[in-house]
Design a protein around this ligand. Sequence first.
Ligand SMILES: N=c1c2ncn([C@@H]3O[C@H](COP(=O)(O)OP(=O)(O)OP(=O)(O)O)[C@@H](O)[C@H]3O)c2ncn1[C@@H]1O[C@H](COP(=O)(O)O)[C@@H](O)[C@H]1O
Length: 117
Amino acid sequence: MTDTHILHELAQVLEQRKQGDPDSSYVAGLHQKGLNKILEKVGEEVTETLLAAKDAEQSGNNDDLVYETADLWFHSLIMLSHLGTGPDAVLNELARRFGLSGLDEKAARSNGTKSSS
Ligand SMILES: N=c1c2ncn([C@@H]3O[C@H](COP(=O)(O)OP(=O)(O)OP(=O)(O)O)[C@@H](O)[C@H]3O)c2ncn1[C@@H]1O[C@H](COP(=O)(O)O)[C@@H](O)[C@H]1O
C-alpha cells in the first residue's frame, strides 16, 4: 500500500479512535487530551522534520527525513480528524491547484479568491 489509499485507511482508523480507549491507543489519548496537545505534537514534528532536512542536506541520506515527515503527516491527520475534516479535503485542494502556476495561484490569493476556507 504505497499510494494515497493508506491516507484513507489511516483516516478511518483515526476517526474510530475518537471513541477509543486512551489506555490502549495513542491516537485516542491525543483526542482525549484535546486540540492544544495535538497542536503541540504537530509543532514538535515540524521542528524535527526541519532538523532532519538540514541533516539530509549534509549527509545525502533522506531516511530520517522520510521518517520525520511521516510523523508530521500522521499528527497533521489527527489534527484534521479532531476538527472534523480529513485528507480528502486537502487532496481536493491540491487537485484544485493542480496545473495552476504557483505564481498565478499566489496572485489569486492576494486578490481574495482563496476558495477552501
Ligand atoms: N502511524 C502511526 C504513528 N506514527 C507515529 N506514531 C506515534 O507517534 C508518537 C510520536 O511521538 P514522538 O516522536 O514525539 O515520540 P514520543 O516522545 O514517544 O511521544 P510522546 O510521548 O511525546 O507522545 C510515537 O508514540 C509513535 O509511536 C504513530 N502511532 C500510530 N500510527 C497509526 O495509527 C494507528 C492507530 O494507533 P493507536 O491509536 O495507537 O492504536 C496505528 O495502527 C498506526 O497505523
